[in-house]
Design a protein around this ligand. Sequence first.
Ligand SMILES: [Zn+2]
Length: 682
Amino acid sequence: MKKLLIFTLAIGLLGCVSSCNNESTMKKAPVTPAIDLANMDLDVLPGDDFFRFVNGTWMKNTEIPAEYSQYGAFTILYENNQKQLKALVEEVSADKSAVEGSVNQKIRDLYNSGMDTARINQLGVKVIENEIAEIEAIKTIEQVQQFIGQMHRKGEYPLFYVYSSADQSNSSMEIVNFYQGGIGLPDVSYYLSDDERSAELRAKYLDHLTKMFILKGDNPEMAKSNAETVLKVETAIAKNSKTRTELRDPVANFNKMDLETLTTVSPNFDWALYFNEIGLPEPGDINIGQKEFIAGLSQLSKDISVDEWKTYLMWNLLDNSADYLSDDFVNQNFEFFGKVLSGKQELQPRWKRVLNVTSGRLGEAIGQIYVEKYFPPQAKDRMVTLVENLRLAFGERIKNLDWMSEETKAKALEKLATITVKVGYPDEWRDYSALKIVPDGYLQNARNSRAFEFDYNISKVGKPVDKKEWGMTPQTVNAYYNPSNNEIVFPAGILQPPFFNKDADDAVNYGAIGVVIGHEMTHGFDDQGRQYDKDGNLNDWWTAEDAERFAEKTAKLIDLYNNYTELDSLHVDGTLTLGENIADLGGLSISYDALQKAYNGQIPEPVDGFTSDQRFYLGYGQIWRQNIRNEELMRRLKEDVHSPGDARVNVPPFNLDTFIAAFNIQPENRLYIPVENRAKIW
Ligand SMILES: [Zn+2]
């Protein structure tokens, strides 16, 4: 797993893939309406629930498919894309003549090895018996630590993550980083909180662990005891971990030191041995991310017995392999991670799961074929023009701010001017020639791929950053800002309706992809992004007064989201989601201005009875269209730095005069925000 510090538009769909229409299908395909009036619920007042006003009838008429935890604009693109990618991969997979070592051979054999359920089911747990024996043979704590290094080198991550990325104090060079990890439940609070949902999840997790150990071959009593050990070890790890909100502080999570200092911070872990095992005997500077966490590992090395560590490593082996093993493992994994945590009712069909793995593991190889076939080059030019319009509008907003000093403004404008833009797909494609994919070993292929990714990533340590690289595949329906490169990136996957609709009027496109662009630009100036300078280094370029005024302004936004009810007593966490909420609010403001510049005073006539201003906000409201299951909503409220779709539509516009005027929002409307409570930042 490569961890990049990037600020995304939305939570990633697992193995997310999507599509773009090519010119020929575009001609055949019906024109996607800019705004589909049939999706709206005109009985709802915009000021009472703008999300339902825009999407209400669609929400009533759309049942979430059994295999999904939420369903909406993003998932519909993902579905559409999977069908296109399936055709593409099946075409490659049917080609028996692909040369050994070629990309086509790899796509073919990875996909086919995953679809070969007869073989996978027949082998069952046998495919991991060597690793089981290796863990059983461990006798000392040094061997435990050595084995952790060996697993990391295979791209599997017990305890913590290790990866190369830009040095945050010297962003043109790569250094090695640690990042906290090591737990099976998706949030540390699930181990430590007494609330009902956390207690329920712990009990069900224990049950899941027990069943997985039984599948491995333990008797039920032993399996239960092993499950309890895993929960004990992971709870100890969770106690040393930071919360998600604490992880959002870039300065507090940047702790650069050399190997010698690391050894004093965390003396009971043999770091020299560890770095030797991962193939980096001379790591140079190390950013240990969470200092308390890494220091805590030292104490855990003493407090937890070798046998307990072995049980923990065994669980990591099972958990990392489960998706590639026989159906009993896959189904049990789904019972917990799909049903319990996210409320899904059915496992995805096998072809989709294997396609996700293929599209993830060979992401740019498939991406390359995909964009050749489906991505219209004109979309790239139109995006570049849009981005420049947004950049101009943002610059004017910065110049006109009444709360920022001239000194800070000058630096902000400089940072804005130097943001680089990537659209569609990378200029240079990844080279997969060192990755070996075999015809008859699904788990082996996954392992080869993980190790390949690990070597590729860790070999960068000590070298200059390759600024041309992408952190998402072209087929991804998402976008991101990368503070170290000061860049905004829009994969081909998101450049299609309802985000980017070549047949839509400007108002709708600026409300959708325009806001997405503004959102990503604003990330360079949100509570995290503003701490990086134009060169991508952690460097405070703000005057103290400006920083203070910024904090006062963002405090209002935190309050607004903290008070937004999602489910019964559950509210959005305004602090956890602050950066994304700043980006949504900023994105709307900037894109609205850019649209007015594009009109140059020539405001178009209403379409379907909606004015240009109304259509801008309708365009925004429909990209967040979704239905979501309660389990998934509860999970995301804790884990996701993005607010749920309804909050993204029902909070930011109500701070903006143009929205309030466009829909004639009145104080008696449910979502009305009194003038003194409104947030205005950018
Ligand atoms: Zn974002």
